[in-house]
Design a protein around this ligand. Sequence first.
Ligand code: C2O
Ligand code: CU
Length: 474
Amino acid sequence: MHKNEISEKGQDELSRAHFLRPTRREFLGATALSVGALATGFSTISSLAQHGGGTVTRNLLNIPPVYYPSIGVASAPATVNLGGGKMSSVLAYNGFFPGPTFRANRGDSASVQLTNALTEETTIHWHGMIVPTSADGHPMDAVAPGGTYLYQYPIVQRACMNWYHPHPHMLTGEQVNLGLAGAFIINDAEEAALGLPSGPFEVPLVIRDAMLDRYGNLIYKPKTGGFEGDISLVNGTLNPKLEVQATLYRFRVLNGANARLFKLALNNGTQFTLIGNDGGLLRTVSRVGQIEFCPAERLDLLVDFTGLSVGTKVMLQDLNSGWNLLEFVVVGTASSGGVVPSVLPAIETLVGPTMPTRTFSFDGMSKINGKVYDMNRIDFEVPFGQVERWRFITKGNGPHPVHVHGASFQVKSRSGGRGTLFPWESGWKDTVLVQDFETVDVLIRFDGYRGIYLLHCHKLEHEDMGMMSNFRVI
Ligand code: C2O
Ligand code: CU
């Protein structure tokens, strides 16, 4: 038993939670049946129905409930409505897919008790949060089925949108793909002073791909090159639309896919006003027409619908797949009162070595520096409080979204491959895209906690196959 595991009292509290709980056996039974059906020639719910021409019935975008992070959360099988009214089997936090959006202020403390109502081990990793090792959801702290775990940590970083998802050894891809993920928004005074759109005008968008069986249940069919779904979901909604006012909006966007890159654009040629990424607000506001981002990256985007007449439709598209991700429909002319900031708060610029302190080669689909992950092996030690230059390289099998736990970093350079840095890669990051033959340098400083953390590929199939490494901050 880990010292953070607690039992009876917390479980009683959680048993009052009103999540749906079909048995795992029923869920897996249905999944197995439909995989069988697939093998005999039935097709999955056609991506044509979603993405092809013709009339698509659009469903109102789901907005997950907002929770303050002092609550019990149960991961369990659930059935949810993806939009058409039909119920689909997924995995969910407290019955919600995606999970509730946590929202708290810098300086608050999180205290979230997980109850594992799955039939396999799980954890919650707080992606992007600087937390002690005991609260990091590391695979070594896996929670057995029926078990509980209390994640407690102070919220120390500046305003940004992080997220949470399971991180159990070799099961992350499956659990995230079947639905376990949610957003975690941190606010602070510095950001509040900017007058950005808020309330109903600040909308989280968790974008991912998915695969459904013929009954409409989420199914996970991993490939070594990365899961490839044939439909997209935004906030768990199929063919979503969002009714908007003709005013300025703020979208908090997460690429919640296992492996897919999305290249976002608006079909009416409107540019995005880019103000933030993984680690919060950027140094400067910029306007960009297209943004390609990888799994686990976040974007903070302002979109101005001002001047569009009621009835106007604008489509958020993925230029990589040609998919229509989300339709905005102008239904009124109320104002959000939000503004596009002209100046963003200053960010410290890390200063460090010009030669790499360490180089990490993402080899094949399962190795870093030639080694497959071993949960009980510590691969290197990093001194607390010192700026290091980490170099990420790969010869192939990209994209590799490289993610580090325990600290944010600043991307300094990219050579080979795309050979440039993009506006959404400035400021603070915790995930950076490394494409084939690219060399990406970052400066990083661990000044949160000493302890064991992870470096890994966030293509979840690569992660599960072992493209992950333990290190210790000393
Ligand atoms: Cu989003 Cu180590 O994970
Ligand atoms: Cu990878």
